[in-house]
Design a protein around this ligand. Structure first.
Ligand code: NAP
Length: 305
């Protein structure tokens, strides 16, 4: 007897029903148990009634090539890529989208029969940009301040470049990392933009007149929810009506966003980027628009906020 008969492909509690025909999606990383991607993707898959399921694969750096070959053998349709594989996956792909190559990071991969190989792209930048585009259509002539010099900061800089910001002020405690980013975003990189580097001792100057302030450090993340990378009095420096964007999604809101809102800024939290990059990836794998609102709600429900 077919236990799935009459249930379509939507199982219990907003989960997809897994059948013999079900196609596999997932996320690779190390560690990966903390990932919220299965929660949002499976809720979206169930909402669409699509015959897919999305699981987390813990894959150590040394096993990456074997795992990807195994994915091909098992018929995996596509997968998300997180730390530490976003750069090291690139040589294992047959084609990498220009933007992902310019950024040096891939977060979304899918099998393309037409090239008989894996294709990779980066949806983090689109995920980051989405809520900014819905708040304002024109950023020309404006300055953005980005706190931190890791992978998320690079995605934020790329988003600012694509939105048309005049320049980015990059704040980091490691001068070598700051300089490396400045160099990587020079022409002929298609994401080239003007980046001024600041140490934390010059944070007030870095914030002066900014239209957007992005926290791309982990400062303020659970369980250190009382921390913020910015002292409350610094929020007088960005321009009136500026946007504060914390890439952290737990807690909601962070202390950074509470202080920014207290000073009259508009707040965006990291859940928007997480849901946005996920929706962009799912739409590639399924070949149809992904339900962004469903994915956002799945994250909110899971985080209990
Ligand atoms: P990362 O590569 O480790 O970079 C973190 C950056 O923050 C580094 O430049 C680091 O400097 C700096 N930093 C760390 N602790 C600091 C402190 N106490 N004071 C000042 N700077 C500090 O991490 P990432 O992948 O870029 O992620 C950064 C944040 O973005 C995390 O909170 C992550 O959860 C979030 N994120 C969110 C999404 C989303 O979808 N919402 C996606 C990606 C990342 P050092 O190198 O000197 O330590």
């Amino acid at each position: 007897m077919d236990m799935g008969a009459g249930l379509g492909v939507s199982g219990a509690a907003g989960m997809p029903l897994v059948l013999g025909t079900t196609k596999l999606l997932g996320v690779i990383g190390d560690p990966i148990a903390h990932s919220l991607s299965p929660v949002m993707h499976n809720r979206a898959i169930a909402a669409l009634g699509a015959d897919f399921v999305y699981v987390a694969f813990p894959i150590a750096a040394a096993d990456l090539d074997v795992a990807i070959a195994g994915f091909r053998a098992c018929g995996v349709v596509g997968f998300s890529v997180t730390i530490p594989h976003k750069r090291s996956i690139m040589p294992l792909l047959t084609a990498v989208a220009d933007e992902a190559a310019a950024l040096g990071a891939v977060n979304t991969v899918w099998w393309d029969g037409a090239i008989n190989g894996w294709r990779g792209t980066n949806t983090d930048v689109a995920g980051l940009m989405g809520p900014l585009q819905s708040l304002r259509s024109r950023w020309t002539g404006e300055v953005a301040t980005v706190l931190g010099c890791g992978g998320a900061a690079r995605a934020a800089i790329a988003a600012c470049q694509k939105l048309g910001f005049d320049r980015v002020r990059l704040v980091g405690r490691n001068e070598a990392q700051r300089s490396a980013i400045q160099t990587d975003f020079l022409p002929p990189n298609p994401l080239a933009c003007t980046i001024d580097g600041f140490g934390w001792d010059a944070i007030a100057a870095a914030l002066d007149g900014a239209a957007l302030v992005v926290n791309a450090t982990p400062v303020g993340m659970h369980p250190h929810g009382d921390d913020s990378p910015l002292a409350p009095e610094l929020w007088s420096h960005p321009q009136a009506g500026a946007i504060a964007y914390d890439l952290i999604y737990n807690p909601r809101p962070t202390q950074f966003l509470k202080d920014a809102q207290g000073a009259g800024l508009t707040a965006i939290d990291g859940l928007e980027m997480l849901a946005g990059q996920g929706a962009a990836a799912l739409s590639i794998w399924l070949g149809q628009p992904a339900p962004l609102a469903v994915m956002r709600q799945a994250l909110i429900d899971h985080l209990g906020a």
